[in-house]
Write a protein that binds this ligand. Sequence first.
Ligand code: TEU
Length: 534
Amino acid sequence: MSKNSLWWQNGIIYQIYPRSFMDTTTSGIGDLNGIINKLDYLADLGIDAIWLSPIFPSPDVDFGYDVADYVAIDPRFGTMADFDHLLKEAHQRNIRIILDLVLNHTSDQHPWFKESRKSRDNPYHDWYLWKDSSPKGGPPNNWVSIFGGSGWEFDAQLGQYYYHMFCKGQPDLNWHHPEVREALLNVFKFWLERGVDGFRLDVFNMYFKHSELPDNPKKLIGLRPFDRQAHKYEVSQPEMYPLLNKIRQLLDSYGNTYVVGETFLASPEHTASYCGQDKLNAAFNFELAESPWKVKRFTRAIKNWEKALEGHAWPNYFLNNHDVTRSSSRYCRGEDDARAKVSAAMLLTLRGTPFMYYGEEIGMRNISLKHSQILDPVGKRYWPFNKGRDGCRAPMQWDDSVNAGFSSTAPWLPVHPDYISRNVSKQKSEPSSLLNFYKQLIHLRKEHPALNQGNLSMLDPQNKSILSYLRQTPGESILVLLNFKPKQIAYQFPKQIANQNWRVLFSEKRQTKELCQEQSILISSYETLLLVAD
Ligand code: TEU
């Protein structure tokens, strides 16, 4: 594997939701061997690392985000030997493996929790947030679960409540307890010793809660009870900063290990405050993925993230993950991929690590489910106001054979009906497919230092239509022009670059190498145009 210590700046990280990628055991659920079988596909696509959503034993109250054992592989995904094999095969192809650690909470089936609820004097009791009723009776404070209802669950046998931000099957750990901290740091060590290259930390800014458990202040406006509180005391407590320093030291003692965190309920500035040399390499800021199809909004999201991170950390961007509606469903009209290409071009030419989500490269759309088919606890609770997250977790569409080539048996979630026309095999053979578009831009990004390392200067959006920016190293300038509208636009080169001659580096709509010497240029409907200074 390449020794490049900046692989995570130059590289692209691809998230796999293992249940939905490739099934080799006819169980209807994807598995590790399925991922191994598809490594050549991923290497050809050009990605540098895989982030695996949790692969640990789990009762699946929240589909892997409720972990019953941090140092084992869920038997439905394979064995530890399969995992070692995956690591070896991935490394041979220069692909790193990043594990998803869910350390804010465990499953209620984790042996630690089972012990902790046995009695108040059990050695594991204080590993979780067990509390007596409030003096008035009822839960200890007003904290609510984001998945609905009180954040506190009463255990009749123990006569105490435990706290859970997510489902009641996901009790929060007590990170203030030194033995909990040690046990969880040992989880990092276990996987680092097996040779993994990094981690994604689920809702890490929730690890600590205010020790006195004060009531959260109320807010007047908000749809759910959860939204009608300011989450002052159970999220983003200051103890997280020294802990991150400690995690960083541990990771550094194993060489060049990458760690990206998922912040929960945090502004871009707050998210950025967790990133830097002695903290996380990166953290997820949701502003870009939450932007509507408006040049101004994307411009603002990019500027905000650049500003928040300025000087202290390398940016990262994503449009998709396992919790949000797929970007193709958000942006595209019907089966037309024009907007999927424009958004892909943005993701892959910005300054910062692009994160992709399986199936994004072929423009997979969300599936629609009936109420009776919903599996996600969020959808079960909030239907029809919020249909949950199953829609973006459907099986990968490999080909037009039964179940899209994902499995020879009925998959755990239905395959999108468009799989006959939208699949990897078909898009491979079509030069103008979305898959080939992703591949070309990924390769261009790798070849051009300005695209993978250069500075970024946003240019003013013209006619609200063109998202434009410059990427520059001392030796190379690339101008990115993305037409967000389904019509031709005359783009005026802004003053600061008006005297420059440009050559076409990439466009699906014109001859490569074409020279432009005019003051303006016509950009076609939804065109991605990359120009390089001549
Ligand atoms: O997500 C945290 C989070 O922000 C989401 O739960 C979000 O509130 C939800 O998607 C809104 O519908 C992480 C994981 O990414 C998610 O899959 C888990 O369910 C959650 O933590 C608990 O581990």
